[in-house]
Ligand binder design. Sequence first.
Ligand SMILES: [Fe+2]
Ligand SMILES: [Fe+2]
Length: 361
Amino acid sequence: MSQLNYSFDELMAEHDYATKICHKDKTLHGGLLADGTYRPPRSLNRTPAIEAWWGRLKEKGHAVAVMDRDAINRANVFFPTVGQAKLLLAHGCKDALTRILTLIGVIEGFGNDGIRLLPEMDFSEHFVESLDGTCIAHLHRGLLVAHGQDEAGSDKEYGHDEMWFAIRDRALEDPTITDDMFENLPLAPPPGYQGKAKAAPEATSVGSASRLFEQLDPMVELTFLALARILHVEYGAYTTFKWAREVLADPEVSAAPEWAPAMVDNIQADEDIHVRYLGCALAEARARTFRGTDGSTLPGAVVIDRLVEAVCNAMGGERIERMKCYRYRHIVDELASHPRGDEIHRELAKLGPLPSLPSAA
Ligand SMILES: [Fe+2]
Ligand SMILES: [Fe+2]
């Protein structure tokens, strides 16, 4: 039978890499085995552990997807499209694309701060059934720390945020990075964020979440709501990976047509672990019974399905449109100072729909 219980150190254990990947003077996390295949950081035991927990859910008939991944992908059509992005780059318009890649890196970094907000706790008293040998029991035994370091790096190595900046700098040949690329962003950093990114006013006014289950310990509800929210972000990111891979693999517009898409593939392999463990913890909770602070019980399916519904409603239309408008606004600005801006703008419209910008107040 597969091992189901792991120590913190076991879940953080690294492969014996034959080759580490570097960018300038910094090492990137993860690495290549002797046969050249990439393995994510801290995945020696983390990957088999997650598969073992899924295996147990499967044996019991509980291996369910708690969230509609296809629906999230359908809603996350990337703007500018691959064709539109290539058109801009082919005309030397690098600024808007530089901002887009910078923002992707910034959002990756937010992931670690969001995870750090989750208070360390023992979930066993909050479920009727045992949590022995489950993914839930390992959230604070390495899984969340490993995830945070995947997103934002560690003292020793670059994580996803800096990996996207490296992709940007290699593919677009060290474009100019200005402070305003970190300001007026369409997404607010999580509380506790210490970096320089700042959200636009309209992105910070998103309402605070109200409690959905008064009888649950608030930190239990917060944790599972956060896991669902992060899973939603992770699912949506695959659209971005596909877009970036296609744009940056084209030697006509990318100076790193092999290195950049290979790095995107590596990041995606790291994210595969995140979606597997987040989905597993949520499916385990869904298959159990929550215990309220007043001694009452609530079926896991009722709690998890409601939390997932709340997340999907909150993460839908308006948030995605804000991101698209942010990207389009910078494209419009860049084309305004381009000698053939009007012509390129018309070409852009022929290649795909353009977001409708809110009229200036
Ligand atoms: Fe990431
Ligand atoms: Fe992730």
